[in-house]
Design a protein around this ligand. Structure first.
Ligand code: C5P
Length: 235
């Protein structure tokens, strides 16, 4: 895959007009555009089609419920044919399996979607896990959840680019890793606590890099994307 195919830009904006302005500016420079909860809740499912005129879509809704509810929600979303869609691995084995069944059935009908499972949110630290009664490091839980997700039919996971080497060793080359928390050298890390440069994330084994504010808040998003693509090419 080329750097362009591996770059996913997060359209973390509240309105269709802002999202489409970014999509237009980034056309041809990104492999995917990410629609998260904010934009999806504001603009609804029909808006996904508008973004797909510019690039394939990663629908980042992080579904987490009982298996039947997640499966039915996916069956409603999959006709949009996002390139990627995700669930929380913490929903457990049956939920992951139910989601994977829905995605496999969609692919059987000619759909392109791959299912990712979120391991551990980067907002959760050791203390937060302790509050759940889990005495372990987030990286250890991420490893458990990645192997669980793989066993129950997910196509890949969302994880920190700092953990991806270890997770890839455990899951092998046929599994995908999407990593947020990417910052070019010298960029403001904002609220991301543990950031990795684009080239290092690829060297660590990331399949796709999710980049938000370093591109979307740049005075010239296309130029910022080009700089990140150049960094990625170093790997
Ligand atoms: O602006 P920034 O590059 O930090 O955006 C990263 C994107 O990745 C955001 O859309 C954020 O919701 C998402 N994300 C994250 N950490 C996770 C999962 C998703 O930052 N663990």
């Amino acid at each position: 895959m080329s750097p362009t195919e591996r770059l996913v830009v997060a359209l973390d904006v509240p309105s269709a007009s802002e999202a489409l302005r970014l999509a237009e500016a980034l056309k041809g420079r990104v492999g995917m555009l990410k629609i998260g909860l904010e934009l999806f809740c504001a603009e609804g499912p029909a808006f996904v089609k508008s973004v797909q005129r510019f690039a394939p879509v990663f629908l980042d809704l992080k579904l987490h419920d009982i298996p039947t509810t997640v499966k039915r929600a996916l069956e409603t979303l999959l006709p949009l044919d996002p390139r990627l869609i995700n669930i929380h691995a913490q929903g457990g084995p049956s939920m992951i399996q139910a989601a994977a069944e829905a995605v496999r059935a969609h692919r059987g009908r000619g759909g392109q979607t791959e299912l990712l499972a979120v391991t551990v949110l980067t907002s959760l630290d050791r203390e937060a896990l302790a509050a759940y009664g889990l005495a372990m490091e987030p990286a250890e839980l991420a490893l458990n959840l990645a192997t669980l997700s793989q066993r129950h039919g997910a196509d890949g996971v969302v994880c920190s680019a700092l953990e991806v080497t270890q997770l890839r060793q455990a899951c092998g080359s046929g599994f995908s890793f999407l990593t947020p928390g990417i910052r070019p050298r010298g960029a403001d890390s904002q609220d991301q606590a543990r950031v990795v440069t684009p080239d290092q994330a690829l060297r660590n084994g990331s399949t796709w890099l999710v980049v938000g504010r370093p591109i979307t808040h740049a005075p010239d998003p296309a130029e910022a994307a080009d700089r990140i693509l150049a960094d990625m090419a170093l790997a």
